[in-house]
Design a protein around this ligand. Structure first.
Ligand SMILES: NC(=O)c1ccc[n+]([C@@H]2O[C@H](COP(=O)([O-])OP(=O)(O)OC[C@H]3O[C@@H](n4cnc5c(N)ncnc54)[C@H](O)[C@@H]3O)[C@@H](O)[C@H]2O)c1
Length: 329
C-alpha cells in the first residue's frame, strides 16, 4: 500500500531544500495542504483521511476531535519545536507518534533574531528606514536610540535559546545578565552565565527583558498588569518565544504609559495577525512574522530531522525526539 504523506500549512518545509522532498517522494505520495488556522478537528480529519504521515506546522489544531475522526495516523512530525497545537494525550491513545525538531537546531537562529529585534527597536531601525524611504533624511536628529552596552538584561526562561540570547548580550555587548527560570537550579543559571533572580527582581532591575520561556499554565500571560507595574519605566522587551506569554491588554497599557519604551516581537497571541492589529499603531514596536527559525542553516537541519523521522517510521523504526515516549517500541 502506498504511504501518503501530507505537508500541512508549512510555508517553508521542502521549499528551499528540494532534497527533502526528493527523499519523501521515494517513500510514497506527498501532498501539500493549506488549511485555515481555525479549521475544526473533524473537517481536518476528513481532509487528511488516508494520510498516515503528517508534517505539521504551528497551525492547524490537531485536537481530540481530529484524532477521534481520523483514520490510522502513524506520525505527526512537527517541522519545529513547539507542539501546543497537538493534543498529545489523544495522539497517544490513537498510537500516533508526535515528534519535534531537536531544540538545538533552532537555537542560534532564534537567538540571533532576538538580537536583531532588540537592536532594531532600540535604535529605531525600522522607523529610520521608513524616513529615508519617504525622503525625510533631514529628520535624522529625531531618531535617537540607546546603547545596549552596560544595560541590565533580564532573561525569562534561561533554556536552550534564552541562554544563547544572554550569552550574546553578555559577551558581545558587555551587559549585566540576570535570569529567572523556576525550573533551573541557581547553580545551573550561574553556569550558563547569569545571576539567578526572582521574577520580581528581574522586572524591577532590567533595562531589557527577553522572553524565552515555553508556555504552560504557569507562564501563560507571565507579563500582565502586575508585572508591567514592577518594570523600570523605559524598558525594552523582546519576545521570540510565544505571544501567549504576554497579556496584550496590559502590554498596550504599558506602551501607552511609556513603561515599555520599545517592543520587538516575533510572536503574537492569536497569530497570524492582520494589518489592523492594535500593536501596529505604535512606532516603537517592531514585529516579525514568526521568522526566528528561518535561516537556511536552521531550515536545512529541521528538514533533515523531519524527513529522517518519516523514513524511520516507514521502516517500522522509532523516530527521534518523540513527545509521547509511551509509544516507543
Ligand atoms: N519564534 C520562533 O520561531 C521560535 C523558534 C523556536 C522556539 N521558540 C520558542 O522559544 C521558547 C524557548 O525555546 P527553547 O528551545 O529555549 O526551550 P527550552 O525548553 O530549552 O527553554 C525554555 C525555558 O523556559 C523555562 N520556563 C518555563 N516556564 C517558565 C516560567 N514560568 N518562567 C520562567 N522560565 C520558564 C524552562 O525552565 C526552560 O529552561 C519556546 O517557547 C519555543 O516555543 C520560538
Amino acid at each position: 500500500m502506498t504511504i501518503k504523506i501530507a505537508i500541512v500549512n508549512s510555508s517553508s518545509f521542502g521549499k528551499y531544500f528540494p532534497s527533502h522532498m526528493d527523499r519523501l517522494k521515494k517513500l510514497g505520495e506527498v501532498d501539500r495542504f493549506e488549511f485555515s488556522k481555525d479549521i475544526r478537528g473533524k473537517e481536518l480529519a476528513e481532509k487528511l483521511m488516508g494520510y498516515s504521515i503528517i508534517i505539521a506546522s504551528v497551525t492547524a489544531q490537531y485536537d481530540r476531535e481530529f484524532f477521534e475522526k481520523k483514520d490510522k495516523t502513524l506520525l505527526i512530525a512537527r517541522h519545529g519545536i513547539g507542539y501546543n497545537n497537538i493534543d498529545i494525550e489523544a495522539a497517544t491513545e490513537k498510537g500516533t507518534f508526535v515528534t519535534i525538531v531537536d531544540a538545538i537546531v533552532e537555537r542560534e537562529a532564534v537567538a540571533e533574531n532576538a538580537i536583531a529585534l532588540l537592536t532594531s527597536v532600540i535604535r529605531q531601525v525600522g522607523l529610520a528606514w521608513r524616513k529615508v524611504k519617504e525622503g525625510k533624511w533631514e529628520e535624522r536628529a529625531k531618531l535617537i536610540g540607546y546603547e545596549i552596552k552596560g544595560k541590565t538584561v533580564g532573561i525569562i526562561g534561561f533554556g536552550n535559546i534564552g541562554s544563547r540570547v544572554g550569552e550574546i548580550l553578555k559577551y558581545g555587548f558587555n551587559t549585566k545578565l540576570i535570569a529567572y527560570d523556576p525550573y533551573l537550579s541557581s547553580e545551573e543559571i550561574i553556569k550558563r552565565g547569569a545571576e539567578p533572580v526572582s521574577l520580581e527582581e528581574l522586572l524591577k532591575n532590567s533595562d531589557i527583558i527577553s522572553l524565552n520561556a515555553f508556555v504552560d499554565e504557569n507562564s501563560y500571560h507571565i507579563l500582565s498588569d502586575k508585572e508591567f507595574s514592577l518594570m523600570k519605566k523605559g524598558v525594552f522587551i523582546v519576545n521570540t518565544a510565544r505571544g501567549e506569554l504576554i497579556d496584550e491588554k496590559s502590554l498596550i497599557k504599558a506602551l501607552d504609559e511609556g513603561i515599555v519604551a520599545g517592543l520587538g516581537i516575533d510572536v503574537v497571541e492569536g497569530e497570524p495577525i492582520d494589518q489592523h492589529h492594535p500593536l501596529l499603531a505604535y512606532k516603537n514596536v517592531i514585529i516579525t512574522p514568526h521568522i526566528s527559525a528561518y535561516t537556511y542553516e536552521c531550515l536545512s537541519g529541521m528538514g533533515d530531522k523531519v524527513v529522517s523521522d518519516v523514513e524511520k517510521v516507514v521502516k517500522g523504526e522509532n523516530p527521534d525526539n518523540v513527545v509521547n515516549k509511551e509509544l516507543l517500541k
